[in-house]
Design a protein. Structure first.
Length: 577
């Protein structure tokens, strides 16, 4: 049996150059052939088909033009894939930014948004260059779930006007508590053709997701809505009637007006854009890692996001970030490298040049239906319910973050949620009197995928060539989860069974449980048996409350019982072969 310990004397510190080497360069160094190119072309086209309606819908909901959403996908998507630290990240406009961007446009105008986005880009580059991306990982899971659900709720309310075709006398209020009474007051102006188109769009997307998940449901639904509006002459608003269509070329580069007073005025908004962009992009990269078994370079990714956000506004684009749904689509479509993301951007550019006039027929009700489905899919329903049940502390953090996101401000929600989560954790730590000793769990960010055989922990398993046995000492919480996840990353590719001794783990929070869940799913994909042994009654209860239960991960009373169970599992698997 071996114990996981951080060996500071043997840590290999990656050079500055390697740490910020884009994955695009890494792929070319490894060798890139025609088979990989064909796979990336197919994946890029698939993602472009998904991104076309989404980019326009997000831009319109953000107070920008549909063309600006496409410019963002082209410029931002190209730069993120070219310079980023993830092989599979897809950059572009994101639904999570809708409410924030709309607020900035309302307060400071489009020039203010361009300036805030460029300033956010500089902040992201600074955070990346100073290797501070590691600390983004410390945001507790209940906080990310809380503000994601809150943003989804705000997106849904922002689409009520176009969903029902309502006619407003003045501008639509941005604040949730002001918006609802205004929309209710004009309920009798509802346009039934618009309702029909929006409901049909939602129904078609939901139906195709369920019965034909490989089909581009959003694009099909939007094309269907455009055809209905054009051939039936429906009296509803379209991109053409509201925006005059989409230009067939990229705009001439230009810089926003720059003054000291404007910079100071826009600084809080720029900070919020940078904070949300960092969280969203790294979360998307982590999702891609979980789906592929790869490891992204977080600080390199933040630098790329910063460059994209600095350059996109020069070409009329809005803020850029990594997009979880499009990144997941890219992985499922068989992408091999960042070239898939580059091709996705180029395919959208081809659409702008060749087929932009056709976008004039797209109804706003269809795009509102697309965003309703985006908002619905953003809500992590199982995670939300499990957090409410898991512990009172996590539930308080979750609901506080959710309420502040909807009724106050996103920055306040994240900061207060993080602070509240820290207080809750300190309280739980003070109650964990059984802690005998801690090991230094948090490690520095480093270049990862190029150094896969260099592990940050001393982990040599003796006597059991097929079974890896480890002991964790100390609390398994959000500050340690990322480092432990990195330590265990390659184990499931080398062994047939993994046993983790929890005898010295006094508590585990939802983020730690989420890390174990991801590790368990990777182990299942690799046919590796996974056991947790010697966990206290309280820790086991917390893990099960968060969904960590058989057959994903099995529990044993001690290491000996776990080793016996692992041998039986291995023997059974060998006999089946």
């Amino acid at each position: 049996m071996t114990t996981i310990v951080q060996d500071t004397d043997k840590q290999v510190r990656a050079s500055f150059k390697d740490l910020f080497t884009p994955k695009f360069v890494t792929v070319l160094r490894e060798g890139y052939d025609g088979k990989a190119l064909r796979a990336d072309l197919v994946a890029g086209l698939t993602v472009a088909i998904v991104a076309l309606p989404l980019s326009m819908a997000i831009a319109i909901a953000s107070g920008a033009s549909p063309a600006q959403g496409l410019y963002t996908a082209v410029i931002g998507g190209f730069i993120v894939s070219l310079l980023g630290g993830s092989r599979f990240q897809i950059g572009g406009p994101a639904g999570a930014f809708i409410v924030l961007v709309a607020s900035i446009v309302h307060q400071h105008g489009m020039d203010g948004l361009f300036l805030a986005t460029m300033m956010a880009g500089l902040m992201l580059m600074t955070v990346g260059f100073f290797r501070l991306g590691t600390y983004i990982k410390f945001i507790p899971f209940p906080v990310t779930v809380g503000f994601t659900v809150g943003i989804a709720a705000l997106i849904l309310t922002s689409q009520i006007k176009d969903l029902f075709g309502l006619s407003l006398i003045g501008p639509e209020p941005l604040e949730f508590m002001e918006k609802i009474p205004v929309l209710w007051a004009v309920r009798e102006s509802a346009n039934f053709p618009a309702i029909f188109v929006s409901v049909a769009t939602i129904g078609m997307i939901a139906g195709l997701q369920r019965f034909k998940p490989s089909w581009p449901g959003m694009l099909i639904a939007v094309v269907g809505g455009a055809c209905a509006a054009a051939f039936l002459s429906l009296p509803i608003e379209t991109i053409g009637s509201k925006f005059g269509g989409i230009p067939s070329t990229l705009p001439v580069p230009s810089f926003p007006s720059l003054t000291a007073s404007k910079i100071i005025e826009i600084l809080p908004s720029a900070f919020t854009l940078a904070l949300l962009g960092a969280i969203e992009s790294l979360l998307s990269a982590v999702v891609a890692d979980g789906m592929t078994g790869r490891r992204h370079r977080s600080n390199c990714e933040l630098v790329a996001q910063g460059v994209a956000n600095f350059v996109a506004p020069i070409f009329g684009g809005i803020c850029v970030t990594g997009t979880i749904a499009r990144t997941a689509t890219n992985v499922r479509a068989g992408a091999r490298s960042p070239i898939a993301g580059i091709m996705h951007a180029l395919f959208i550019l081809v659409f702008i040049v060749v087929a932009a006039p056709l976008a004039s027929f797209i109804p706003l009700a269809s795009l509102a239906g697309v965003l309703v489905m985006v908002a619905w899919n953003m809500i992590e329903k199982e995670a939300f319910l499990s957090l409410l049940k898991a512990s009172r502390g996590d539930a308080v953090v979750l609901l506080t973050t959710l309420g502040l996101t909807i009724f106050r401000d996103l920055t306040e929600a994240i900061v207060i949620g993080f602070a509240l989560g820290s207080v809750m954790f300190i309280h739980r730590m003070s109650s964990a009197t059984r802690i005998a000793a801690h090991v230094p769990l948090v490690i520095e960010d480093r270049a990862d995928s190029d150094d896969r055989d260099q592990e940050p922990f001393d982990a040599v398993t003796a006597h059991e060539p097929d079974i890896a046995v480890y002991r964790i000492s100390g609390a398994f919480f959000f500050g340690a989860a990322a480092s432990l996840g990195a330590a265990f990353d390659n184990i499931v590719e080398k062994k047939r069974a993994l046993i983790i001794d929890f005898a010295q783990v006094p508590l585990v929070d939802s983020t730690g449980a989420k890390t174990l869940e991801s590790l368990g799913r990777k182990a299942a994909r690799n046919n590796v048996a996974f056991y947790i042994c010697a966990a206290s009654q309280e820790v086991e209860h917390d893990l099960i409350a968060n969904g960590i239960e058989p057959p994903l991960i099995c529990y044993e009373k001690d290491i000996n019982a776990a080793v016996v169970a692992a041998h039986q599992k291995i023997d059974t698997s060998s006999a089946a072969l």
